[in-house]
Write a protein that binds this ligand. Structure first.
Ligand code: SAM
Length: 291
């Protein structure tokens, strides 16, 4: 079949679900992935034809997209901070808001220009996107990354290899203080602790799309309505023990809980607590420095 015809079928079957622009971006992403060709190919070679075997993955992808499966799961990878990352059903798909958090950390570090080797801990690493991007951008840093999910850690390890960085991955339940302290061992303290932990309240599920609810791991997303800051509080307490003096704590946060987050962190010996908005104007990041 001619590629242009398959493009037409995509619009016919998917526009009602996603809108035309998004369908275009899915289609170009898929042909780039499967055939290393792009939208120019469609324009310059209107008769570009695929064999039955070649077109099969495009039709498989079409039926998965109809079920609102994320395109990143279909392709098995995504891009974060300009780097490739494998993803699967056990890992959260890295979000652009999290790239802004990484950018902020790098900027703060360049302003501080420390002499000694930086030591960084990423809690709830998932695909490893934060830890690996930081390791790539700050090649002298010693980076540790922790998650409770064995499956997520396998993907994170593969991502570190793909991106040729050295990250030490640790398995622990951060809500269990003894367990996390024991995997962190007697290692010297950290300059930076960063986390994008689960922060979506059950009550927010009603506003979420099927592609997230049905395909992304609950373990990465949800917290109970009556204790939405549970991860942040535990991590803030750990940071009091595990950060060096003047060490920095960075969080990605629930946009609706900025004030509560500031209030919570203020109860601990942190200063210069700063809330930051993402590109959509939502409270999304918080930074604090240990006194
Ligand atoms: C919101 S995702 C963030 C993933 C990745 N850091 C990112 O920014 O895309 C939260 C991560 O926390 C992990 N997690 C959930 N509960 C945990 C726990 N009790 N201890 C450690 N990690 C946990 C999940 O497996 C998931 O990978």
């Amino acid at each position: 079949m001619i590629l242009k015809e398959i493009h037409y079928i995509y619009h016919n079957e998917l526009d009602a679900i996603y809108g035309s622009d998004e369908v275009d971006s899915f289609f170009y992403w898929l042909i780039e992935h499967y055939f290393q060709c792009n939208r120019l190919t469609l324009a310059l070679e209107p008769q570009f034809a695929l064999t039955k075997t070649e077109e099969q993955p495009l039709f498989e992808a079409l039926s998965r997209l109809k079920n609102q499966e994320p395109i990143q799961h279909i392709i098995g990878e995504t891009e974060f901070f300009g780097l490739p990352f494998k993803v699967n059903q056990h890992t959260l798909i890295p979000r652009p808001e999290t790239e802004e958090l990484v950018q902020w950390i790098i900027k703060c570090h360049s302003e501080r220009s420390e002499e000694s080797q930086l030591k960084i801990l990423d809690i709830g690493t998932g695909t490893g996107c934060i830890a690996i991007s930081l390791a790539k951008q700050l090649p002298k840093a010693q980076v540790f990354a922790l998650d409770v999910s064995e499956e997520a850690l396998k993907i994170a390890q593969q991502n570190a290899e793909i991106n040729q960085v050295n990250v030490s991955f640790l398995k622990a339940n951060i809500l269990n203080k003894d367990e996390s302290l024991s995997v962190l061992g007697d290692a010297s303290k950290f300059d930076i602790i960063v986390s994008n932990p689960p922060y979506v309240r059950e009550l927010e599920k009603q506003d979420m799309k099927k592609n997230v609810l049905d395909y992304e791991p609950d373990l990465a997303l949800f917290v109970e309505d009556n204790n939405p800051l549970v991860f942040y509080e535990v991590i803030t307490q750990l940071a009091v023990d595990k950060l060096k003096p003047n060490g920095q704590l960075f969080f990605e946060i629930n946009q609706y809980l900025g004030a509560e987050m500031q209030q919570m962190v203020k109860a601990y010996p942190f200063e210069h607590i700063e809330l930051r908005q993402d590109m959509f104007g939502n409270n999304r990041m918080l930074k604090a420095e240990l006194q």
